[in-house]
Ligand binder design. Structure first.
Ligand SMILES: Nc1ccn([C@@H]2O[C@H](COP(=O)(O)OP(=O)(O)OP(=O)(O)O)[C@@H](O)[C@H]2O)c(=O)n1
Ligand SMILES: C[C@](O)(CO)[C@H](O)COP(=O)(O)O
Length: 255
């Protein structure tokens, strides 16, 4: 297949797959959960390989996991892509850091959630194109369709546990997805700086872009996709199963 996003940038993709999947409630690491007929991680890996942009893929797995590690063997056959695995950390940011430590000889890195197993190839290309245009940090987003409220503890818990503090202007809000793309040096520096964070500051970090933002570096937004849902709850899994079987199935899924 011809590459749709020719890039001169040497690119690595980190797939973070070390989460425990508490909210999915299957009692096994989320990346092992079966979607369609195979583990979620396999879909995420196929998606990344279909982009044809990565020369290295580093998969972050639950510490001590042997099942997923065994699955990785054979994925790189004939692709020319080097696939490695590292152990995850206790937070998503720790997991990303573990992968950053083993990357070498590349210009840019795309950090992708295994939980966004159905992210379309085009989204990866949009992120990489913006990096190619000179951005040091790029994230895919979609507009927010719901009205969002900031909630605080209720003054009358007998009525309801929470009440509204404020309503942010919706036109300015975006829902953030992965892959998030960065110049490698920029992301490394941002993660190194976060070593100085307090526990509370570290706990508030939910994506890599936040670390880069805290360095005062512009983070650019490109269009994401409604198909890139983060499979988090049992309902999300049902939606993802339906997507796999329908006309919007990712192009690497054989119909
Ligand atoms: N210590 C962690 C925590 C999360 N992740 C990864 O980060 C992505 C987003 O996390 P999330 O969807 O919240 O996954 P879980 O942490 O598994 O979910 P839960 O909070 O329900 O346990 C997932 O691909 C997950 O595997 C990771 O690699 N290491
Ligand atoms: C990175 C992310 O997917 C962007 O929306 C999200 O922040 C991950 O959050 P989680 O708390 O690890 O689910």
């Amino acid at each position: 297949m011809a590459m749709e996003s020719p890039s001169t940038l040497r690119t690595a993709v980190i797939i973070v797959a070390a989460g425990s999947g508490e909210r999915l409630g299957q009692g096994i690491p989320k990346a092992q959960v079966i979607l369609g007929s195979e583990p979620m991680l396999n879909h995420a890996l196929r998606g990344v390989l279909a982009t044809e942009v990565a020369e290295q893929i580093c998969v972050v797995l639950p510490r001590g996991d042997t099942e997923l590690r065994a699955q990785l063997a054979g994925f790189d056959a004939g692709t020319g892509v080097r696939i490695t695995a590292v152990d995850g950390g206790s937070t998503r940011a720790d997991s990303v850091r573990n992968a950053l430590e083993v990357l070498a000889g590349i210009d840019v890195v795309l950090v992708h959630d295994a939980a966004r197993a159905l992210a379309p190839v085009e989204v990866f290309h949009r992120v990489l194109n913006a990096l190619e245009s000179g951005a040091k940090a790029v994230i895919p987003v979609i507009p927010v369709v719901d009205t969002i409220k900031v909630a605080v503890h209720s003054e009358e818990p007998g009525i309801a546990p929470e009440q509204v503090r404020s309503t942010p202007a919706r036109e300015q809000l975006r829902a953030v997805q992965t892959p998030q793309g960065f110049e490698l040096a920029t992301l490394l520096k941002a993660h190194q700086a976060s070593a100085m964070f307090t526990d509370a500051q570290a706990a508030a970090i939910t994506d890599d872009a936040m670390l880069v933002e805290s360095q005062g570096i512009p983070v650019y937004l490109v269009r994401g996709s409604e198909l890139s849902l983060k499979i988090t709850t049992p309902h999300d899994l049902l939606f993802a199963e339906a997507l796999l079987e329908g006309p919007a199935a990712p192009r690497w899924v054989e119909g």
